[in-house]
Design a protein around this ligand. Structure first.
Ligand code: NDP
Length: 444
């Protein structure tokens, strides 16, 4: 059995019930096979892959809090500190009922390579809880966040582990978490990113993942003699990533015709009016269905099905495994020629393989959504310098980073004889830097 197959079998055996983690490891290891086979003896001796797939540490804790009826609630809390070879652990916190250790391990594992690709000195981690902020009052969300941070604060720090937002964690939650960290430790430091602009946040962080996604999409299109202007785009989700991907795509001349949430999707043949979406989602925390009541040209459909809408470009920006093989086939049949992932692993393995086998341009999440964490790292730099850069300065750096990520993925794919396969390219380029650092630092 090859070293790669051996390690994958061990991961499945030793991490039972963690399907998303298995899926992420398989996808990465398969595309690294060429590199690993070429260095097998060296890597085996150093147990490099065994170390790469095992988190340095997982912290798991209980999160008790009191709801508005005076009832005590208990949630599970986690922080997966996956790999610190190239910098302090960095990665978001997710608050969603589906959160479990396996999902956070998949996200932490992906984060290691993504952070490496940014070219910035950040290791990989991820955390969160099965707490559901939906339908909770502000006081309940604060009570949860304060309890969560009371435990988490023991394990994080500006030079140790710097969490950020993810699904269910936006400006409100980061504010509550930061306030509690400061109160417990007395430290006013860059321990979280995605902070408000008045207390250490960076301009562009809110927009960064969505903008970055469109910057790298644009770069991929240009390099393949295509352009974004005039194209019809379908975006799934209607959260942070989806909203700002839509905004940048519109700024660059594309027409975004659909958005969704976990209940259903809207189709607006005239193009999405983003100010209305922002009012529904960012101000009122409402459902995407409300868009169809406000805009006569829009149609709302309950349930899944967003990928059956005809488009040139698809940007999945909701959650993992939201786009399966049938969806991929429907996209292709309708003329879609490019897919870039705003979410983490939104396409199933079968869907990804279909895109690659059918010559569709495909940019995987770990490259395409790296703009968020890259801008978080820029926020850390500003915090350390006690300076704030302008919107244009940060935006220009973000764009430069995304163009550079494309170049690295493109170059690695070409070097290993799989030109145009940006899945392999991104994995190889991310892997090379982490592995060099791990080899240099000895057996740790
Ligand atoms: P938000 O919580 O702001 O938005 C998530 C969106 O996805 C919502 O519209 C939500 O709908 C929808 N969604 C969530 N779960 C499901 C589900 N199971 N089925 C269908 N729709 C669902 O999160 P973000 O926009 O921040 O994150 C979206 C994705 O992007 C995630 O995969 C995240 O890991 C990834 N990402 C985010 C980054 C960031 O900077 N925010 C950085 C890099 C990656 P509903 O409201 O109904 O739940």
């Amino acid at each position: 059995m090859s070293y790669v197959d051996e390690i994958y079998a061990k991961v499945v055996e030793q991490n039972p019930g963690e399907a998303e983690f298995h899926q992420a490891v398989k996808e990465v290891l398969d595309s690294l096979k060429l590199v690993i086979d070429a260095n097998e003896e060296k890597y085996r001796k150093m147990a490099l892959l065994e170390r790469l797939v095992e988190p340095e540490r997982i912290i798991s804790f209980r999160v008790p809090w009191v709801d508005d009826n005076g009832q005590v609630q208990v949630n599970k809390g986690y922080r997966v500190q996956f790999n610190s070879a190239i910098g302090p652990y960095k990665g978001g916190l997710r608050l969603h009922p589906s959160v479990n250790q396996g999902i956070l391990k998949f996200l932490g594992f992906e984060q290691v390579f993504k952070n490496s690709l940014t070219g910035l000195p950040i290791g990989g981690g991820k955390g969160g809880s099965n707490f559901d902020p939906k339908g909770k009052s502000d006081r309940e969300v604060m009570a949860f966040c304060q309890s969560f941070m009371t435990e988490l604060s023991k394990y994080i720090g500006a030079d140790q582990d710097v969490p950020a937002g993810d699904i269910g964690v936006g400006a409100r939650e980061i504010g509550f978490l930061y306030g509690q960290y400061k109160r417990l430790t007395g430290l006013y430091e860059g321990v979280l990113t995605g902070k408000g602009l008045n207390y250490g946040g960076s301009l562009v962080r809110t927009q960064a993942t969505g903008y970055g996604l469109v910057y790298i999409l644009d770069e991929m299109l240009k390099n393949n003699n295509k352009e974004l202007a005039g194209k019809t785009v379908v975006v799934s989700g209607s959260g942070n990533v989806a909203i700002y991907a839509t905004e940048k795509a519109q700024q660059l001349g594309a027409k975004v015709v659909a958005l969704s949430d976990s209940n259903g999707y809207i189709y607006d043949a005239d193009g999405i009016k983003l100010d209305i979406v922002k009012e529904i989602k960012e101000v009122r925390r409402g459902r995407i269905k409300e868009y169809a009541s406000a805009v006569p040209t829009a149609v709302y459909t309950e349930g899944k099905g967003i990928w059956t809408i005809k488009c040139d470009i698809a940007l999945p920006c909701a959650t993992q495994n939201e786009l399966n093989l049938d969806d991929a086939k429907a996209l292709k049949a309708n003329g879609c020629f490019a897919v870039a992932e705003g979410a983490n692993m939104p396409s199933t393995r079968e869907a990804t393989d279909f895109f690659l086998a059918n010559d569709m341009l495909f940019m995987p999440g770990k490259a395409a959504n790296a703009g968020g964490v890259a801008t978080s790292a820029l926020e850390m730099s500003q915090n350390s310098q006690r300076l704030s850069w302008t919107f244009d300065e940060v935006d220009a750096k973000l764009k430069g980073i995304m163009v550079n990520i494309f170049a690295k993925a493109d170059d690695a794919a070409k070097r290993y004889g799989v030109a145009g396969n940006y899945v392999a390219g991104a994995n190889i380029a991310g892997f090379e830097k982490v592995v060099d650092a791990m080899m240099a630092q000895g057996i740790v």
